[in-house]
Structures are given as C-alpha cells and as structure tokens.
Design a binder for this molecule. Structure first.
Ligand code: PEP
Ligand code: MN
Length: 275
C-alpha cells in the first residue's frame, strides 16, 4: 500500500533563500495587490496610492504585456506601463512587480528597475519559454515568482521553479492561481488545493502565495478562498485591485477596489487579522 503512494510523491530540491532575508518588509502573509493590467498613469497612481495607504508593505502588481487566451482583446499597454510602474514606486515606496513571458520582457523590466518578476500560468506550461526566461536571468539578482501552469501538472510547476533556480535565482516563490478544468464548480479556475499542498510538502522552504482573484474569478469568492489559503498556512495573497473595476480592460469581473481590499477580513494562522 505504502509503495503505491511513494511513487506519486513530488520531489523538488531548490536552493533558495528565506523570503525574510531578501524582503525586509516581509510579514506573513505577504500581500501583492494592484490591477490586472496597467491601463493609464492615472489608474495606476490612484490605485497604488490607496493600496499603499492601507498596506504600505504590499507589493504593487500590474500586467504590462497580457497573455490573452483569445485575440482581439486588450493585450496590454506595453512598454509605457513600465514608466507608470516606476511612478507608483516613486510615489508610494511600494515594490513593483509584473509578468514576463519572454526574454525581451525580462530585459525591459531589468532596465526599468522592476523589483519582482512573475511567470504567468500560460508561460509556465511551456518549458522552452521558461528556459528562455531562465537563460536571460543568469547572473541577475532578482526575485521571481512562478504561477502554476494552466493545467494541473505539479511536475510542470516544479520544473519551471527548477529552471529558474538552476539559472542561479535564489529569491523564488510559487503562486497558486488554480487550474483549468471543464468542471470548475463555482470557480473560474479549479483550486485543486492538493497540488499546492504537494508542492509545499516537496519543498517546505518555498513560499507559496495564493491568487484568489484568478481562482475565484468573482469578488464574492475572494474572502472565502483567501481564508482557506490562510487556514492552509500559505505565505501570501495576490489580489487584483483596480480603482474602478467595472471599466477595467481585462478581468473586470474579478477585480476589487482598494476600499474593498481594505474592508476584507482574513484571519491568518497566527490569529492576526491582515486585511
Ligand atoms: C494575471 O495575473 O493577470 C494573469 C494573467 O494571471 P494568470 O497567469 O494566473 O492567468
Ligand atoms: Mn488578471
């Protein structure tokens, strides 16, 4: 019986630094907040300022190049968005993060001084793309977060983390954003919590951050998913936050306002109310 389970166990041996060593403001749970996409300087600054007022240690996120499932939708504002990200950082002091899908994106982010990069779910599925990103990161000292692949394959998620780590990146976290399935229940992406549990069990020192926005696809589900992540002792939350979600150019249906973010209450495992 035991043999049956042993061959299914995920193995992941990463050489990483503890998050508190490279993120001095870290306190569990880490909060990453900001719009799905950068849309205008005004949208970025107004969203960023309100987030920073309540969560000065939050990391500000915004997508610059958007990997959309279908064409003819908003595919990101492009390079100008990097300037707005920098303005949010200058104005609020928050660290800034964005998604990279190609080596060119990485080079542009490094030049602009983006603090943290993340690899999105549609990129994690492709080892060639992840390797290209890893190659351009060789010799660079920057934190990289890796979202789970679109479909539920923990090996692929682990493999992407390994490729980044093999490039010498030691500041790494995983982001659990749920998985595509034809039977998602009430969720936009099925949480399949067991994959995040397996990843953490395989590599306990790896911070795992939950993304309730992309799991839920709906503001009403965010508190439930975020609380469940905290009950499971996850290390942080990434929550899409937009000054006016109803007019957002991507993921309008799931973003919340900075005020809603402030009013949400999640109790973390150390009994601290975090937001
Ligand atoms: C996002 O964070 O806006 C995004 C595109 O996420 P994912 O890669 O999880 O779909
Ligand atoms: Mn999004």
């Amino acid at each position: 019986m035991r043999e049956f389970f042993i061959h299914k166990i995920l193995k992941l041996d990463l050489d990483i630094l503890p998050i508190k060593d490279w993120l001095p403001t870290y306190s569990k749970p880490l909060l990453i907040a900001g719009p799905c996409s950068a849309e205008s300087e005004e949208q970025m600054l107004s969203t960023g300022r309100l987030i920073a007022q309540n969560f000065p240690n939050a990391i500000f996120r915004a997508g610059i190049w958007k990997p959309r499932t279908r064409p003819n939708t908003f595919e990101g504002i492009g390079d100008i968005g990097l300037e707005w990200l920098k303005k949010v950082k200058q104005d609020t002091g928050m660290l800034i993060a964005t998604e990279v899908a190609t080596s060119e994106h990485v080079e542009k982010c490094l030049k602009a001084g983006v603090d943290i990069l993340w690899i999105g779910a549609r990129t994690t599925v492709n080892p060639f793309s992840v390797q290209d990103i890893a190659d351009v990161l060789k010799g660079v000292d920057i934190p990289v977060f890796v979202k789970n692949p679109i479909y539920p394959d923990a090996q692929l998620w682990a493999g992407a983390l390994e490729r980044i780590n093999n490039a010498g990146i030691k500041k790494i976290a995983a982001i659990h954003r749920g998985f595509h399935s034809y039977d998602n229940g009430p969720f936009r992406n099925s949480p399949k919590w067991e994959l995040a549990i397996d990843l953490k069990a395989a590599c306990p020192q790896l911070p795992v951050i939950c993304d309730p926005s992309h799991i839920g696809g709906n503001p009403e589900l965010i508190p439930y998913i975020a609380q469940k992540a905290m009950d499971m002792d996850m290390d942080g939350l990434m929550i899409e936050t937009h000054i006016n979600p109803s007019v957002a150019l991507s993921d309008a249906q799931q973003q919340i306002t900075p005020l809603q973010l402030k009013r949400s209450r999640v109790r973390s495992s150390n009994s601290k109310i975090i937001n």
